[in-house]
Design a binder for this molecule. Structure first.
Ligand SMILES: *[C@@H]1O[C@H](CO)[C@@H](O)[C@H](O)[C@H]1NC(C)=O
Ligand SMILES: *[C@@H]1O[C@H](CO)[C@@H](O)[C@H](O)[C@H]1NC(C)=O
Ligand SMILES: [Zn+2]
Length: 326
């Protein structure tokens, strides 16, 4: 009896220690034991007070007239070479940083503290039963979210950028589901079946203009800005966030391809579908979320509500004299 206990203890101990110290993080859909509420045990930064994502409460925004249009460089040209699409075990990621081409894909202006070049883009999504965006809008999750990660041109490596509060700039776009496909997403969606297992990657047939993945250029003036973090460990608090008001349209079946084609890393024989790979909103604490000059919503009522009131008043004022004087 005593010997048996000893044997079990010795056999079990290394497994327990490995599980706790292995540094593996995951989403609750994989295993609640290593999900977002446990990340701070692996990386203290994940428990910091400038974490992302956050809820964007459109009644609590602060208008910043200095937040004008962002300058998109190289977004309108398909760069030479190839782009690699990877299932990294947490998301599907398109690497944009290959060779010299990436130098030409950059953002600046729009209140960004410098110029930032594109490194990669990736997605966060839900499941057939729920929406899966990371940022939420007035407490609601949207179906999916695209993140385009950029590094401050002042820094050479991600490690170096992580040492500075303005090291990274991430552009976030919400998705809205439609019954028709968004053919601009065909190349990415078609690549998903080649990267079904974690660790798989595929060279896409061709590069394309990144702008085609976004809402129309005229709709990029409306955005929200705040200072936050990476939404995965190590949760470095070095990200200038820009979340666009206008969602990207994606076909129901295209979104379904993300939900049903990809898998998390296998644990044992079972393959677990990659679903609900989002971190829930984190406390805002003392931070503020700013609305760009052209954003529709800002502190109090959205501008739409305001226009509905102003337009009839204006019409009255204009028509008034005409209708009164013969
Ligand atoms: C999911 O997103 C859609 C917008 O595309 C929204 O209408 C719906 O209310 C959301 N569902 C939930 C449960 O938040
Ligand atoms: C991707 O998968 C399709 C069908 O599953 C296959 O025909 C194609 O050759 C694959 N492409 C690459 C680059 O592996
Ligand atoms: Zn992300």
């Amino acid at each position: 009896m005593g010997m048996q206990w000893l044997a079990i203890t010795f056999l079990a101990l290394p497994l327990v220690v490995r599980a706790a110290a292995g540094g593996q993080w995951c989403y609750d859909s994989q295993d609640p034991e290593c999900g977002p509420s446990h990340w701070k045990e692996l990386k203290a930064t994940c428990g910091g007070d400038k974490q992302s994502p956050v809820n964007i409460d459109r009644r609590q925004l602060h208008r910043d007239g200095g937040l004008g249009d962002i300058l998109f460089e190289g977004y309108d040209q398909a760069p030479p070479g190839k782009w690699k699409l990877t299932n990294d075990g947490h998301t599907v990621m398109l690497s944009l940083a290959s060779e010299l081409a990436s130098e030409h894909i950059a953002i600046s202006g729009g209140g960004l503290p410098g110029r930032y070049r594109a490194l990669q883009l990736h997605f966060h999504w839900g499941s057939p039963a729920r929406n899966g965006s990371e940022h939420t809008l007035d407490g609601h999750q949207l179906p999916m979210e695209l993140h385009i990660v950029h590094i401050n041109v002042k820094y050479r490596t991600l490690a170096e950028a992580k040492g500075h509060p303005n090291g990274l700039a991430v552009l976030g776009f919400f998705f809205q589901v439609s019954d028709t496909s968004n053919t601009n997403y065909n190349t990415i969606v078609a690549g998903l079946r080649n990267i079904s297992r974690a660790g798989d990657s595929v060279d896409l047939a061709s590069t394309f203009r990144l702008s085609t993945l976004l809402p129309g250029a005229s709709q990029l003036s409306g955005y929200y800005r705040y200072q936050g973090s990476l939404t995965t460990p190590d949760c470095s608090e070095v990200v200038v966030w820009t979340i666009f008001e206008e969602p990207v349209e994606i076909g129901r079946e295209q979104l379904q391809a993300f939900v049903s084609t990809l898998h998390f890393p296998a644990v044992g024989p079972a393959l677990l579908k990659m679903t609900n790979n989002f971190r829930p909103p984190q406390p805002l604490h003392s931070r503020k979320v700013f609305a760009s000059r052209a954003a529709t919503a800002s502190g109090g009522s959205p501008r739409r509500g305001c226009c509905q009131l102003v337009t009839p008043l204006l019409l009255l004022a204009l028509l008034g004299p005409c209708t009164i004087t013969p």
